[in-house]
Design a protein around this ligand. Structure first.
Ligand code: FES
Length: 170
């Protein structure tokens, strides 16, 4: 169940909105931030807060790439597979990531750390090939750069587990 403070803060936003359904995506993102992904329970809670049929929300959730209706890892890698990145080596980078992490598109590493997903152009075409991990964008990707990024994230995750993280990854 959502903590009271999150629920109250979302409810306050809804109460002041002239057309609450316009906040549906924002509400789902806020709830996803809490759970990590949108469980069935989360969709019910979003529906209750918004006064909307969860089935309507389901339609929205399946439309938005960054709303997850299945469990994802701590770090969600969205590798751009649009035309510029595709021309600049998308396939070989995708294969490199798959080898490195032992997962294919749509899969999560057994340790729950990384999920690999495709994404349409993220506006980094002048620095392609590019990817997003959580909310951070990475460009001019090479296999070496990707390895270093994953290493850094693994270290960060271990530090978080030990409670010694200095700063959250954005
Ligand atoms: S095509 Fe990949 S960032 Fe635009």
């Amino acid at each position: 169940m959502l903590p009271t403070e999150i629920k109250e803060s979302l409810t306050r936003r809804i109460e002041t909105a002239s057309h609450p359904p316009e906040l549906a995506v924002d509400v789902m993102f806020a709830i996803q931030d809490h759970y990590g992904w949108l469980t069935d329970e989360a969709m019910e809670e979003a529906g209750a807060i918004l006064g909307m049929d969860p089935l309507k929300l389901e339609e929205l959730a399946t439309f938005y790439t960054f709303l997850y209706r299945e469990p994802v890892g701590k770090y969600v890698i969205h590798l751009c597979d649009s035309v510029i990145c595709w021309m600049d080596g998308y396939e070989s980078l995708r294969d490199h990531i798959a080898r490195k992490l032992g997962i294919g598109m749509g899969e999560t590493t057994p340790d729950g750390l990384f999920t690999l997903l495709p994404v349409c152009c993220i506006g980094y075409c002048d620095r392609s090939p590019a990817m997003l991990i959580n909310k951070k964008v990475y460009g001019f990707l090479t296999p070496e750069k990707i390895d270093a990024i994953f290493e850094k994230l693994r270290t960060e995750a271990q530090s978080t587990e030990r409670g010694t993280a200095e700063a959250p990854h954005e």
